[in-house]
Design a protein. Structure first.
Length: 348
């Protein structure tokens, strides 16, 4: 692996106490090219602009996927990743669905670790601080042929991050007309277009005073699937419920962690289809105790209310919060504040 050190680092000019998510990037980036049938020329270079042809295939046909993951620093300045092998596996699952050549584990994992090690001073210790890591691939061949590209570019960039959402209230609108993904589509992949297609219905919800959308199935808008860019969990009395993954729902790594921890600490959890009607009934009869999203950026985010058919439902806070309990266990593993019984924590 070729490594070129940035001789004009910008680290000292960054106000780490006032960060906007995903707008400041570290001093280095990892780059690799797929040319002539192989991934080659793995290198770390100073963070910089890239030049592309106007006919670059990804701009026309959307062959692009990404991952989202984080690095954390403990009180002894040791940097840790959380379940990176799961990110690697999902990355290649997305590649397969989008007809993009898969990346070897050696290139992905070793390149990632070297990059994070090189920019480790960008990772700040303390709960809420992290380094957001964005691996992505796009079709880079200069062509407007409507076919899979013959060339691709694999890049990893990193951005220092604090807590993603800081609002005291986080309300969502249940989708009645729009869907995030359809049967047989690419909803389970982290394809770039999945997110671009969500912006318009999300903006409609935000204009009505909600922060995000709860997505429903594309056939009947009957079943709850995801909340914005997060998987979503519902606590009815003392039972935790979340939707099963399918070709419309992303197999979230935080989601899998929540399910495993809930089982291990004795929470009654069901992974099954969950309807909007069930949610509304539970809200009306006061058996709905908690709703929370789970994802890399937020870890776990309590949802304080939802809107459906022009009616708003508030969710009162509870003393024995499953969301708080599970989030504490996950973040203590991430920041090396507790024993990792699962082998999820990987040191740099």
């Amino acid at each position: 692996m070729e490594i070129k050190i940035n001789d004009k680092p910008k680290y000292s000019n960054v106000d780490f106490d006032n960060l906007s998510f995903g707008e400041i990037f570290t001093d280095h980036m990892l780059v690799c090219d797929f040319i002539n049938g192989n991934w080659d020329n793995l290198r770390i270079i100073p963070y910089q602009n890239i030049s592309i042809d106007p006919s670059t295939s990804a701009l026309h046909y959307g062959q692009a996927i990404f991952e989202g993951m984080k690095a954390y620093k403990d009180d002894n300045d040791k940097v840790w990743l959380f379940r990176p092998k799961d990110n690697f596996n999902r990355f290649n699952k997305s590649c397969e669905r989008m007809k993009i050549p898969e990346i070897s584990e050696d290139y992905f994992m070793n390149g990632l670790k070297k990059l994070v090690s090189l920019d480790s001073n960008w990772v700040k210790p303390g709960q809420g601080n992290s380094l957001y890591i964005r691996p992505f691939v796009f079709a880079s061949q200069a062509t407007v042929q409507a076919s899979p590209s013959k060339e691709y570019k694999f890049i990893i960039i990193c951005s220092p991050a604090k807590s993603y959402y800081n609002e005291s209230k986080f309300n969502v609108l249940i989708a009645e007309d729009y869907s995030r993904a359809a049967n047989g589509g690419v909803g389970y992949a982290k394809a770039a277009g999945n997110y671009g297609g969500s912006f318009y219905p999300t903006s409609i919800a935000q204009n009505k005073g909600y922060q995000q959308v709860i997505w429903t199935d594309s056939s009947e808008h009957k079943y709850i699937e995801e909340a914005g860019t997060m998987n979503v969990f519902f606590r009815i009395e003392n039972k935790l419920i979340t939707a099963p993954t399918n070709d419309r729902i992303l197999d979230g790594i935080t989601r899998k962690s929540v399910i495993q921890i809930a089982k291990d600490i004795g929470i009654d959890i069901e992974v099954r289809p969950f309807t909007v009607d069930e949610l509304v009934i539970a809200a009306k009869n006061k058996t709905l105790k908690e709703v929370f999203g789970a994802g890399t950026a937020v870890v776990i985010l309590p949802i304080t209310g939802f809107g459906y058919k022009n009616h708003d439902y508030n969710i009162e806070s509870v003393k024995d919060s499953y969301a708080e309990k599970i989030k504490s266990i996950i973040t203590n593993i991430q920041y090396n504040n507790s024993e990792d019984l699962y082998g999820w924590r990987v040191g740099i």
